[in-house]
Design a protein around this ligand. Sequence first.
Ligand code: OOG
Ligand code: NI
Length: 445
Amino acid sequence: MENFLTSDAIRTLFSQAMSNMYQQEVPQYGTLTQLVTAVNERTLEAHPALKNRLAAADELSRLSVERHGAIRVGTAEELSTLRQMFAVMGMEPVGYYDLSQAGVPVHSTAFRPVTDSALRRNPFRVFTSLLRLELIDDDDLRARAAAILAARDIFTPGCRALITQHQQQGGLTAADAAIFVKEALETFRWHAQTTVDSVTYRALSQQHRLIADVVCFRGCHINHLTPRTLDIDRVQTLMPTRGIEPKTLIEGPPRREVPILLRQTSFKALEEAVHFNDGTPGTHTARFGEIEQRGAALTPKGRMLYDRLLAEAGTGSDNQHHQQHLSAVFRDFPDDEETLRNQALAWFRYRLTEQGIQHPPQAGETLKQLLAAGRVQAEPMVYEDFLPVSAAGIFQSNLGDVAQARSAGNASRADFETALGTAVLDEMALYQQMQQRSLERCGIR
Ligand code: OOG
Ligand code: NI
């Protein structure tokens, strides 16, 4: 029996290699990561209670390795091969995101680990979008884009071979895993040379800048990597001191006592030099930097309340006012753990305290009694996914600020799953199972 590396270990090698590559490619990402690390350290020093609870929930160690990235692909074959590539790293497609309602001609999923232990080790996620060529209204241009995409292979032969080998053997040795990581990285590397001439590039770009970004290159370059901060407001304020200009608004919920879901901000995409294959020079704007602050995962009931309040708040043109307004609107969202739990607005992970280990739950004792007696403790679960409205805001801030309306709400989950080659997992079911299993581990049924 061969000695295989765990998928957790391969994922960590890969996310580290990706981070190193992106740091070389986009130095501002390195600067932003340093700022996030500094702010996280200060936040932990200033809030020992936060530090203790993160440590108790075994979440402190994952913080420094935690990242998400984003990529965009053009064909069903590319998407399904990516699914198989990410499977080697223990990452599965979770959730369906329809961005067409925001005028972005893509639909997406998030590849991420799904088990408690894998998430604790390294929750690396990749937000992956599939271009919807059917939303290009010019017939000739659509056919041309499809032909260009059909002629490229964004995976190296070595990467394809190791994916197959993994499927056949059920694992990879450390030596093979190292080669796999190196080969897989090639898919996400930046190419300054386009596969098309300047006329084609411009025609596609005029349809939608995203279309040119997906169609005109040899690979699906990683377009951002996002470290997790414990204080996004502070990082947003400090970004200009490091020469980084943030987008105007922080996306997502307001600052709260008990953070919920996901707050995000980014800096604008860089205008980078490219060479068209007719020999002329030009520029392309795709790659940027982003940070996120993660909070509690919400139940469907909590999520409905979030969506309603977010829609009610609308957007603003000034972050300070927008945040104040959001905070006012979100007064209707309970902001203490007990109420969030009692009203079943958020998911929780339960564990036995020292006392609970000494006096384990007996048949007939209720969860409420055990919590009151301090024998069981509840921690909100971290939200591991994304938010479509925020994602649309991030996309748009990088496409020039004018939204290009495409098709108002045109979800096509079935088409996406056909392209992917499998159904996406339901994130709510995953949280529910994690909560249930934590209760069972405590001996509560
Ligand atoms: C993806 C944008 C969405 C997020 O964090 O919501 C995203 C993209 O621009 O390709 O990464
Ligand atoms: Ni992102």
